[in-house]
Design a protein around this ligand. Structure first.
Ligand SMILES: C[C@](O)(CO)[C@H](O)COP(=O)(O)OP(=O)(O)OC[C@H]1O[C@@H](n2ccc(N)nc2=O)[C@H](O)[C@@H]1O
Ligand SMILES: Nc1ncnc2c1ncn2[C@@H]1O[C@H](COP(=O)(O)OP(=O)(O)OP(=O)(O)O)[C@@H](O)[C@H]1O
Length: 358
């Protein structure tokens, strides 16, 4: 409470706190990590719920300040594809978890009649194919409000890596716009909107470790044992100096239907991992074979790491891979091997699966 009162006095903030709007803002703000920006803050109050503070400037008018949101990357710890559906998408089962590593997106309302996006990341589309700008257009359609936004994207997640970067940015944008305009869209509504932007998007609404099914939009909570097993698990992410196009990877898979797996195989992996806790029962990704056929550098490196005893796998449709580690020493050994195999300038980062509470 002491922190709450000091924030209130420091920013001369006005708590927007009425009824339904407040409840929805709280519900939606919870999975966001929105840090203090100039005058708009979400902070942990004594009841452990975040509270959205509007801001007032020196003259008492509402100001349009930046909201800063995290857009975490994800890894697929198991990815099994069962077949192609009549709508052209593939039916899958995947165990997905968010990482402590990711992008940062800042948003503010603007007074113009167009959105702007500033991002310096390599390969990040600067035009309106960027998922952040697509999210803004979708949001305006859904809330029938002609509000435009400025976005600043600090891109850390490599593009075309199978880490869900664009999807996570898009969902951060939806959540941010919802909080800024106090639209009160429920998480379910945001998930529904997100699913029209991409199959991986709905996961990022809560970004808690989940079982992903359907084409990616059906999310199930995992059992407590599995949850605790994943929380905080350290890993190293590494990516060669090329990305992989997801549509290409699914297209290749469709031409090799022998790689489709029955649902029972995925369920057995999940069950065995929950029973024995052995990562060898879980880590499996159908895209490794498809991608590995064309990009030999990936299976070669994974084999070398595997022989050294590391549990490692490609994430999503690639090209990023990860290896589970216990600590710094292992992380540095992996870095050395990656640089030897893929070159000195490859993307490499040590991070962990998120530690959210159930
Ligand atoms: C590989 C994963 O990252 C695993 O989490 C996702 O399945 C990919 O999800 P995503 O990048 O959000 O994919 P989308 O943007 O929806 O679709 C990109 C392309 O992949 C194909 N695609 C995607 C998801 C899916 N379940 N089946 C598919 O066949 C789509 O036909 C489309 O041509
Ligand atoms: N904000 C964004 N960040 C990254 N890529 C974006 C963004 N907006 C649109 N894209 C486009 O999305 C495509 C996929 O990029 P992304 O980095 O999300 O791939 P990915 O990690 O393989 O996705 P997934 O794991 O969901 O399949 C790229 O072709 C890129 O041009």
């Amino acid at each position: 409470m002491a922190r709450a009162s000091s924030l209130v006095s420091r920013s001369r903030a006005r708590i927007s706190w009425h009824g339904f709007r407040f409840v929805m803002a709280v519900k939606l703000a919870w999975p966001l990590r929105i840090w203090q920006s100039a005058k708009v803050e979400i902070f942990m109050a004594a009841n452990h719920f975040p509270v959205l503070l509007d801001s007032v400037n020196e003259t008492g008018e509402e100001s349009h300040d930046w909201l800063k949101l995290s857009a975490p990357a994800k890894v697929n710890l198991m990815l099994s594809v069962h077949g192609r559906r009549p709508d052209g998408f593939h039916e899958l089962t995947s165990l997905v978890a968010a990482l402590e590593f990711g992008d940062e997106l800042e948003i503010r309302r603007n007074g113009r009649e167009q959105d702007t996006l500033l991002s310096e990341g390599e390969d990040v589309p600067q035009d309106d194919t960027n998922l952040v700008l697509q999210a803004a257009r979708l949001f305006r359609r859904e809330c029938a409000h002609e509000q435009y936004f400025d976005f600043r994207l600090n891109k850390q997640i490599p593009v075309g890596a199978g880490l869900g970067g664009g999807s996570s940015d898009a969902v951060a944008a939806l959540k941010g716009m919802n909080a800024l305009l106090e639209t009160g869209f429920s998480r379910e509504k945001i998930r529904e909107m997100a699913s029209t932007l991409g199959s991986d998007c709905p996961f990022f609404v809560d970004a808690t470790p989940s079982l992903m099914r359907g084409r990616g939009e059906v999310l199930e909570p995992i059992d407590p044992y599995l949850f605790n097993r994943l929380a905080g698990q350290r890993l190293v992410l590494f990516r060669p100096d090329f990305g992989i196009n997801t549509a290409w990877a699914y297209g290749r898979l469709a031409s090799m239907p022998e790689l489709y797996e029955g649902h029972a195989i995925a369920e057995t992996r999940l069950r065995e991992f929950s029973r024995r806790g052995n990562w060898d029962d879980m880590l499996a990704n159908v895209f490794e074979e498809i991608v590995g056929e064309k990009f030999l550098a990936i299976p070669s490196l994974l084999e070398i790491l595997g022989k050294r005893g590391y549990k490692c796998m490609m994430s999503g449709s690639g090209s990023a891979c990860f290896a589970l580690v216990d600590g710094k020493e292992q992380a540095l050994e992996i870095k050395e091997v990656c640089q030897e195999c893929w070159g000195p300038n490859i993307f490499w980062v040590e991070t962990s699966l998120t530690e959210q509470k159930m």
